[in-house]
Design a protein around this ligand. Structure first.
Ligand code: PNS
Length: 165
């Protein structure tokens, strides 16, 4: 039987436990998952692409059928390159819906063979996002439990008070 691969794309700046919950649940449906980090030089991420790759690889190191990769350009083209026709996305509160709907329809217009599949984010992660986690961490807030340990450490490093101030 042929192996079924899904692409799980995103910016992952940084990866959170909400993302990991989608990865774990995606693996119950698909044989393989590619976590595809958008390498967009126009966006100014907190973490460099290499830092994001490192953190994701560390967070999924026990999962053999997960690949961590980067892409630029159109997501649908990347999916075809990876021999996949499924884009996996997590849906949190209703506020995600409009953006996700727009993106799914655009991807469908660009390539009708690509299917977008949405999994509801676990209720525990409903109101968390990389953005809000970064904001809390930037003011010294404790975000452990919301992100993998490697990310928690890296956030602390990033926002550690500078020694010469
Ligand atoms: O983590 P994010 O910011 O919600 O991820 C958004 C992402 C990377 C999935 C989306 O911006 C994307 O697919 N960009 C690639 C460019 C593309 O294919 N655009 C057309 C469809 S919107």
């Amino acid at each position: 039987m042929s192996q079924k691969t899904a692409i799980y794309p995103g910016f992952f700046d940084p990866i959170t436990n909400g993302h990991l919950s989608i990865v774990n649940r995606g693996l119950q449906i698909f044989d393989n998952l590619v976590i595809a980090i958008l390498n967009n030089p126009q966006k100014a991420p907190l973490f460099s692409i290499n830092e994001r790759i490192f953190m994701i690889k560390e967070a999924v190191k026990d999962k053999l059928n997960v690949e961590v990769d980067t892409f630029d350009g159109l997501l649908v083209d990347y999916a075809v390159k990876k021999n996949s026709n499924v884009i996996l996305r997590g849906l949190r509160a209703l506020s995600d819906f409009e953006y996700e709907f727009q993106m799914a329809l655009m991807n469908r217009k660009l390539d009708r063979n690509i299917q977008s599949l949405f999994l509801m984010t676990d209720y525990k992660w409903f109101y968390t996002s990389s953005t809000i986690i970064k904001e809390a961490a930037s003011f010294g807030g404790d975000v452990s439990g919301l992100v993998p340990e490697v990310v928690n450490c890296k956030l602390k490093e990033k926002f550690a008070p500078s020694k010469n101030t």
